[in-house]
Write a protein that binds this ligand. Structure first.
Ligand code: SAH
Ligand code: SF4
Ligand code: F3S
Length: 452
């Protein structure tokens, strides 16, 4: 299907300019990129500020209350500064779109179009419908992943590309809104993913970053109708000529099976940094969260990963102050942190999400206690990450050059396998290439070095 022509034929409007703002996780960043591709192919012109745009597209996150508030605050702020006005078409999508759907029209009357993570491909038609009728358009359907079938091929994106391999999540961790905003877990067919990777490689990409809420449980169909699991997909992608590095986010510990650990051992192209969120170190809390593994099982997984790849860096997400978390539960978390020695990790205070099972639980722990726990956890995580950063001094790191350094244009900015930013002096011609850099100094978490 020639998408461009079909979409253009469908429009009875003069195509305008659009601006896309993205919040939230990497899956939203991927969706934001695809929306740009889609609207550009449909004949709209991308601009870099809401002020210059006829259509402002907001790709939102609902994972915590604060994340959700951001979009409404941003619209109000743009209105206040005059960056948007009554003529600006506002299309609100992503996870807040599907979480709140029609309610948004009550919350903010300036919103015209509401879409969800799985309806981004219908955005051009929704814009057309709104301009034709002047009436708000809402489509947050989340029962299929046909969005991937309607995307034009992506153009050059730089040396690293996100590739979503699955949508949604069926784990229903009790605190989490994602299964309700992105729908049940569905995997893309293998060939679609491989085609997307090959297209990126032909556009100069060296690093493929696979995305999903639970990549380890990937179960897409092979062309012959058999099911492909995540480890087989890793081998297939690693075999594409030109793939120099593979990252994947996010792994759920319960699905990190031995065949995936073997792939980490076998495939040098898999990066050293592996993000496997534990959330809590207390089995009681893990059970209440419906995480389906124990702290001991998690520690065992890390041990196996380190045996398979001694240079691996494990990072995690943590939630502190889950309803009913006691001091003892929190100490269990600290114990696991000290045992595993996580690298650069994320930690958050529990945020109540309407409609999730945990929202019904009693939560007697005072906010100040939760904040103190978060502070202690973050301090320890920072210490551990700093120790890892320091440990790179004197080593040689294989780095992917992403561009010039923001602070000093005469320096190049690159990324090591462990995910550290590495800056060094070198010619611009190295951008988009893999190079070896000897680390000579460390500033915060940034490594500085010399080209080998
Ligand atoms: N699929 C991933 C997580 C995606 S959400 C996984 O299972 O690991 C990203 C992170 O947000 C989670 O790992 C969790 O730490 C945090 N998070 C999710 N819901 C939250 C909530 N209600 N309150 C605080 N943090 C939350
Ligand atoms: Fe949320 Fe759990 Fe699914 Fe992760 S695995 S997206 S935390 S429900
Ligand atoms: Fe946020 Fe949705 Fe991602 S809630 S974290 S944008 S899946």
């Amino acid at each position: 299907m020639n998408i461009t022509t079909t979409l253009k034929d469908n429009f009875k409007m003069q195509l305008g300019s659009f601006y896309v703002e993205v919040w939230g996780c990497q899956m939203n960043v991927y969706d934001g990129g695809r929306i740009k591709d889609l609207l550009t192919a449909a004949g709209f012109a991308q601009v870099n500020s809401p002020k210059d745009a006829d259509i402002v597209v907001l790709v939102t996150c609902a994972v915590r209350a604060k994340a959700e508030d951001k979009v409404f605050n941003q619209i109000a702020s743009w209105r206040h500064t005059g960056d948007i006005n009554d003529d600006t078409i506002i299309a609100l999508g992503g996870c807040v779109g599907s979480e709140l759907a029609e309610q948004i029209l009550e919350l903010d009357k300036s919103v015209n179009i509401i879409f969800g993570p799985r309806t981004i491909h219908r955005l051009p038609q929704m814009i057309g419908q709104f301009t034709a009728t002047g009436k708000p358009v809402v489509d947050v359907t989340a029962d299929a992943i046909d969005k991937f079938d309607y995307m034009p091929e992506s153009g050059p994106v730089g040396p690293s590309a996100f590739v979503t391999i699955m949508e949604g999540c069926s784990n229903k961790c009790t605190y989490c809104i994602v299964p309700y905003t992105r729908g049940e877990e569905q995997s893309r067919p293998v060939q679609d993913i491989l085609d997307e990777c090959v297209n990126h490689i032909s556009n100069g990409v060296l690093e493929i970053h696979l995305l999903g809420q639970n990549v380890n449980s990937y179960h897409g169909l092979n062309p012959d109708g058999t099911v492909c699991n995540f480890s087989s997909l890793l081998y297939e992608i690693a075999a594409i000529p030109g793939v120099e590095r593979i990252r994947f986010t996010t792994s759920n510990p319960m699905d990190f099976t031995d065949d995936i650990i073997k792939a980490v051992h076998d495939l040098d192209v898999i990066s050293d940094s592996i993000h496997v969120p534990i959330q809590s170190g207390s089995d009681r809390i893990l059970h209440a969260m419906h995480r389906r593994y124990t702290a001991k099982q998690y520690i065992n997984l890390v041990k196996k990963l380190r045996e398979a790849r001694p240079t691996v860096h494990i990072s995690s997400d943590f939630i502190v102050g889950f309803p009913g978390e006691t001091d003892e539960d929190f100490e269990e978390t600290m114990k696991v942190v000290n045992e595993v020695k996580f690298d650069q990790s994320f930690s958050f205070v529990y945020s109540i999400r309407p409609g999730t099972p945990a929202a019904k639980l009693e939560d007697p722990v005072p906010k100040e206690v939760k904040m103190q726990r978060l502070y202690r956890l973050q301090n320890r995580l920072e210490e551990l990450a700093s120790e890892y950063t320091q440990s790179f001094l004197g080593t040689t790191q294989r780095c992917l050059v992403e561009g010039t350094s923001r602070k000093d244009e005469s320096e190049l900015k690159s990324r090591s396998s462990s995910g550290r930013i590495v800056v060094f002096k070198g010619p611009l011609s190295l951008v988009g290439k893999m190079v070896d850099v000897k680390i000579t100094s460390v500033i915060a978490h940034t490594l500085k070095g010399e080209l080998v």
